[in-house]
Design a protein around this ligand. Structure first.
Ligand SMILES: Cc1cc2nc3c(=O)[nH]c(=O)nc-3n(C[C@H](O)[C@H](O)[C@H](O)COP(=O)(O)OP(=O)(O)OC[C@H]3O[C@@H](n4cnc5c(N)ncnc54)[C@H](O)[C@@H]3O)c2cc1C
Length: 404
């Protein structure tokens, strides 16, 4: 079968715009269809902004099993498990628990690492060839550990990931403070710091907007915003998407990049992907003298601090199985409290703004689903906690499935 000349990409989050770019730069004429009024207005909008190419540790891990009873009872503020009885959710939970073994954790973490390293290369190429402004910067990243067990485990995982291109150093608190003085105020109880000096940051919403500009002005892409795709039709000679007003668009192939919706449009075609939402929150507060320049992740508190042009982005909380897109004030208050406790002078918390929540599209094994199950249908879905990090590499993999 000849390579497609035209493609419709559903969804303009970071994965959709990156996929559109990977195809368009290979000469495919792309149409981008997005239900919101602009790019990256859902999960890609105000995430942690970290391009975490080396911290690909799968969420399903052996230590989590012992925490399950506490999670189920709602006793871990940063991580909630919502009980639902639908078969897809229960199947997903079963798959997730099956991935909490040493061997699966190792496999999933290294599989994600490979994709993240490909993403780093693809992002470097993009920024070399195009003037896309999104505050991209090699900020470096520090993971801080307050329990001996977690610190030991982190060093073992870092050793497991050791390979060319992976620079991670175990530092004492004193060594870490010499690099990032902001950690001085967080000193209580920190036993060790894992430093990844080459990790990057960038604002995902600015990225998606800049990519849309590049796509439409330089690469011939047509973008439709405010248009919901309600169905996909596949025929021998073309694929079609049906829009909510009944209009139809056709192309040689349709690619589903609809994020946390989990490939709902694919079900009619016999593909049920194991994707469920995990809700998270963020806010952005003005930077102050004590704000970190290096990205900081407080591992036990599950909160991240990222210095952006707009201020300090603070993100965290993991509400598994929660698909409600509205902001829960209590959960936002938990994030604020957690951030203050972790890095008390890390930002002007009293002036926090940009309160936001998003649904991470989770798979049980922390790896996305990128496939072309039909000559006229492909998908790039399920990027979980690392979609911003993995977007560019996933897009390249997708494009290679479509254009040889
Ligand atoms: C609190 C939080 C912090 C995070 N921090 C980080 C981080 O620091 N680093 C990192 O790498 N990742 C992070 N993530 C994860 C990352 O944000 C996601 O994995 C990523 O945004 C997923 O991108 P996406 O393009 O698949 O989904 P989305 O951004 O949700 O894009 C999907 C798009 O498809 C559109 N769509 C859906 N259905 C239809 C339809 N039927 N018709 C038309 N359009 C449709 C939606 O409107 C949406 O715009 C974080 C997530 C959260 C919630």
């Amino acid at each position: 079968m000849s390579a497609p000349h035209t493609a419709i990409v559903i969804g303009a989050g970071v994965v959709g715009v990156s996929s559109a770019y990977a195809l368009a730069r290979r000469g495919v004429e792309v149409t981008l269809v997005e239900r919101r009024d602009g790019p990256a207005l859902e999960t890609s909008h105000a995430n942690g902004a970290q391009l975490s190419y080396l911290y690909t540790d799968a969420l399903a891990n052996p230590a989590l099993i012992s925490q399950m009873p506490k999670l189920a009872l709602g006793l871990v503020p940063a991580f909630r498990l919502r009980w639902r009885t639908d078969p897809d959710y229960l199947r997903w939970l079963g798959g997730f628990i099956a991935n909490c073994t040493d061997s699966r954790f190792r496999k999933n973490t290294l599989t994600a690492l490979q994709l993240a390293l490909e993403s780093r290369v693809a992002m470097e190429e993009l920024t070399c060839h195009h003037d896309v402004e999104f505050g991209f910067r090699n900020a470096g990243k520090m993971h801080v550990y307050r329990s001996a067990r977690a610190w030991q485990a982190a060093q073992a995982v870092a050793a497991m990931k050791a390979q060319p291109g992976v620079v991670q150093r175990a530092l004492s608190l004193k060594q870490a403070i010499a690099i990032e003085p902001a950690l001085e105020q967080a000193a209580d109880g920190i036993l060790g710091v894992l430093h990844s000096p080459e990790e990057a940051v960038g604002d995902p919403h600015s990225f998606a907007c800049a990519m849309q500009d590049l796509l439409t002005k330089q690469l011939g892409t047509t973008a439709y915003f405010g248009r919901l795709v309600t169905d996909i039709a596949l025929r021998d000679d073309e694929a079609e998407v049906v829009l909510d007003d009944g209009d139809r668009l056709s192309a040689d192939i349709v690619i589903d990049c609809s994020g946390a919706e989990g490939g709902r449009l694919l079900r009619r075609h016999g593909h049920r992907l194991p994707i469920i939402p995990m809700k998270g929150y963020s806010f952005t507060a003005p930077a102050v003298d004590g704000s970190p320049s290096v990205s900081i992740t407080d591992v036990e508190a599950r909160v991240v601090f990222t210095r952006l042009k707009a201020g300090v982005r603070v993100a965290g909380l993991a509400d598994l199985g929660n698909a409600d897109r509205s902001i829960d004030g209590k959960r936002m208050a938990t994030l604020l409290e957690t951030a203050r406790a972790s890095l008390p002078e890390g930002a002007a918390f009293d002036e926090a703004a940009g309160f936001w929540c998003g649904l991470r599209p989770m798979t049980p094994d922390a790896t996305p689903r990128i496939a072309r199950p039909h000559p006229r249908l492909a998908y790039n879905l399920g990027h979980g906690v690392l979609g911003w990090t993995m977007a560019m590499g996933s897009a390249e993999r997708l494009a290679r499935l479509i254009v040889n």
